[in-house]
Ligand binder design. Structure first.
Ligand code: PEP
Ligand code: MN
Length: 345
């Protein structure tokens, strides 16, 4: 249930509404927009029948949320959610580009990539420390050593870092270093892991599962939010279909559908969607045109030598030229890249 309050509601009136709702055993969540404040009620809605909500001072409207997800539902928030990660923001008018290698392979490659992507307009650095690999014999990441390198390069560049956490047992160690925790496609329905990252208030990048529907993705976000962590960013990264010409099938329509359904920011990962370097830029352009709040792109100083996902990794120069076009397209759809970027010069 959502309680829409009157413009200019007093704090005491708001507190009173919350107290009455909470006295019935429900939880409340307040969302303050420019015009309105909304009180979301979570719990057994039947019990709210006992309360004459409309007669309370400051209440304008009471609406049921008919969707299976509540906290993630667009109606639940007075406006789009802005997720702050270090100095970066995801979900605002500036496109948030997360770039970096698939896996952290060493200090030099990470530093070189970080400074290059930063100059090209990226606001966050990615890099896998614990890698989910289809084969157990593939390179599975440098683990804690990679986390230390990410923290070191963050200190030098100022870029906040995003890295994947694969297991509930890794959450504490990854959270010691990362500014944003990534839940990968293979773990999108690992409900124990979702709840665990929900208990921390660290921002979460939640990637769509390979065979997950949009509804599954929103309900996975709900798991995190139900633990009190509202800082969730959704990522379309392609789904598995009968098509084999691309690594996955990029579900472009999911971007505007998600933007319609939820207040959470939505970004796209054209690298894992396409699986090949020449597909990354066109898919990135399409995502920006479709309304994505940002991109996640794999970049490597020497893709031919990459220990994971070399085929889909852009070189530093390729990333830079892609970002020039992203900057132009951003302008067409009313967005922009950070002003400090070399592309803006
Ligand atoms: C990744 O971003 O490195 C990754 C493994 O992606 P996904 O979980 O989308 O396959
Ligand atoms: Mn990868």
């Amino acid at each position: 249930m959502i309680i829409v309050t009157k413009p200019g509601i007093q704090e005491a009136e708001l507190d009173h509404i919350r107290e009455r709702v909470e006295s019935l055993g429900l939880r409340t969540h307040v969302s303050r927009g420019e015009q309105r404040t909304i009180v979301g009620c979570i719990g057994d809605e039947e019990r709210l029948q006992e309360l004459p909500l409309l007669s309370m001072a400051g209440v304008e409207q009471v609406l049921p949320v008919l969707k299976p997800y509540k906290l993630a539902a667009r109606e639940f928030s007075a406006g789009p959610t802005l997720v702050r990660v270090g100095g970066a923001e995801i979900g605002g008018s500036e496109l948030a580009v997360i770039a970096g290698p698939c896996s952290v392979e060493g200090r030099e490659m990470l530093r070189e990539t970080a400074f290059a992507v930063q100059d090209a307009g990226a606001r966050l650095l990615r890099g896998g420390a614990f890698k989910p690999r289809t084969s157990p014999y593939s390179f599975r990441g440098l683990g804690e050593q990679a986390l230390e390198l990410l923290a070191e390069v963050r200190r030098e560049s100022g870029l906040p870092v995003v890295t994947e956490v694969m297991d509930t047992r890794q959450v504490d160690i990854v959270a010691q270093y990362a500014d944003m925790l990534q839940i990968g496609a293979r773990n999108m329905q690992n409900f124990a892991l979702l709840s665990e990252v929900g208990r921390l208030h660290r921002p979460v990048l939640l990637k769509r599962g390979m065979s997950a529907t949009v509804l599954d993705l929103l309900l996975a976000a709900e798991y995190i939010m139900a633990q009190g962590n509202m800082n969730v960013v959704l990522c379309e990264r392609g789904i598995r279909t009968f098509e084999t010409a691309t690594r996955n099938t990029f579900d472009l329509a999911a971007i505007p559908v998600l933007k319609r359904e939820t207040h959470l920011p939505v970004i796209a990962d054209p690298s894992h969607a396409g699986g090949r370097r020449e597909l990354v830029a066109p898919l990135a352009y399409a995502a920006v045109a479709a309304g994505a709040d940002g991109l996640m792109v794999e970049v490597h100083p020497n893709p031919e030598q990459a220990l994971s996902d070399g085929d889909q990794s852009l070189s530093l120069a390729e990333f830079e030229s892609m970002m020039r076009v992203v900057g132009e397209l951003a302008g067409v759809v009313g967005r922009r890249l950070p002003a400090t970027a070399a592309v803006a010069a």
